[in-house]
Design a protein around this ligand. Sequence first.
Ligand code: R5P
Length: 293
Amino acid sequence: MFLIMGIIWLSMKIVSGSSSLMLSTRLSEVTGFQMVHREIKRFPDGECYVRIHENLDNQEVILIQNTHPDWNIIEYLLLVDAIRQYNVKRLITVVPYFGYGRQDKRFNEGEPISAKIMAEHLSENVDKIITINLHNSEIIKWFKTEAIEIKAEIELAKYFEKFKPDLIISPDKGSIERAKFISGILGIPFHSFQKRRIDSERVEIETGDIDVKNKTVAIVDDVISTGGTIATAAALLKSKGASKVIVGCVHGLFVGNALQKMQMNVDILFSTDTVENEKSLVTVSHLISEYLK
Ligand code: R5P
């Protein structure tokens, strides 16, 4: 057991999937848990190979691995099996970004409910799952094992605070509660835009009546994917005279040329380390550690 500043953690071992090395290392630093020596590589035909180079008998083990893009799902499943060959006391998986969360219903006849299928399969042979900001919190009910969703807004709020924004914007109705929560912490007003998606990359946004002249404006979203939403919202804010646009999101997927698309009108961009990239400036490791005590 570790006793750090009066907080007790059981001793656990961390297995990092290749998607989550930064977060695993940060969690190891916060908790003092050791990282397990593991090997992950690809065969020439692209198939994944994993191996645990440490005996994990009688250990409590945490596996940290995303399920996006698809190849990370395979790696997750293989790592669970590799860990399970040992007589582990408990296996907790942390899925920092739960891929397929946006396909959370049958939008059209003939479609799968992808989020449900994913939740069910990720639950197999796992004692507990911890995930961060599901696209829809209702997804939690589809896991077949104990599952917890952690909300990262508090960490985003702390980071936004550095830039002293005058107001915070939700780019669509999906982030209203998030923006409201952060506005409460920072003591600033919030406003929501109305968004209509044209296609997977383009959106139309109605700003409503809003005065942002010479103001520092923050925008918060759960996911940034193609960057279409943020690029459009930021351009509108700048055209209305905003002096600075600060954008923070939980999951920064930044697919394709998302970063270039946003850079013209976004002054500062950050995400958490649920998805790892150059913008992962905020860590969720402290939040996760709270659930491991
Ligand atoms: C929408 O429901 C989400 O909250 C995000 O606004 C959306 O996923 C962002 O996608 P993109 O970056 O492709 O506009």
